[in-house]
Write a protein that binds this ligand. Structure first.
Ligand code: ZN
Length: 133
């Protein structure tokens, strides 16, 4: 009986496998998007840099280049941060520490993990620390 109680508070291996597959698919998509922005073939996220577009030498074309470059940089930042979260989550799954709060060591509620697969802390610790994610 007590065993069932413990399992109920932990995310199931089946759900973790599902989350892992989802994260791998997301990672692939993000890598593709980053490559589109940077125009590089490198798979190292750290080496990617937004490419400065070249539309022409007219003032309006130059303004558009700067505008698009700024947008690309912002997008790249968001994608790289998402990629970082996904990578650290995937490594927690591989290490078997996924679903455990990094602060208190208690299981993170399966409901929370299914809603936010990259969560690494339980709701209690999160509320206490008032993080933004
Ligand atoms: Zn916690």
């Amino acid at each position: 009986m007590s065993e069932n109680k413990v399992n109920a508070a932990m995310i199931s291996a089946e759900d973790i496998a599902k989350i892992q597959a989802d994260l791998l698919a997301q990672k692939k998509q993000i890598m593709n998007d980053l490559q589109d922005i940077s125009g590089e073939d490198s798979h190292e996220a750290d080496n990617l840099g937004a490419r400065f577009p070249e539309y022409g030498d007219k003032p309006d074309e130059n303004a558009q280049e700067i505008s698009d470059y700024t947008t690309n940089l912002a997008t790249e930042k968001v994608l790289e941060s998402a990629l970082k979260d996904i990578n650290s989550t995937l490594s927690r799954i591989e290490k078997g520490t996924y679903g455990t709060c990094k602060y208190c060591g208690n299981p993170i509620a399966p409901k929370r993990l299914l809603a936010r697969p990259t969560a690494s802390s339980c709701v209690e610790c999160k509320t206490e620390l008032q993080e933004n994610d």
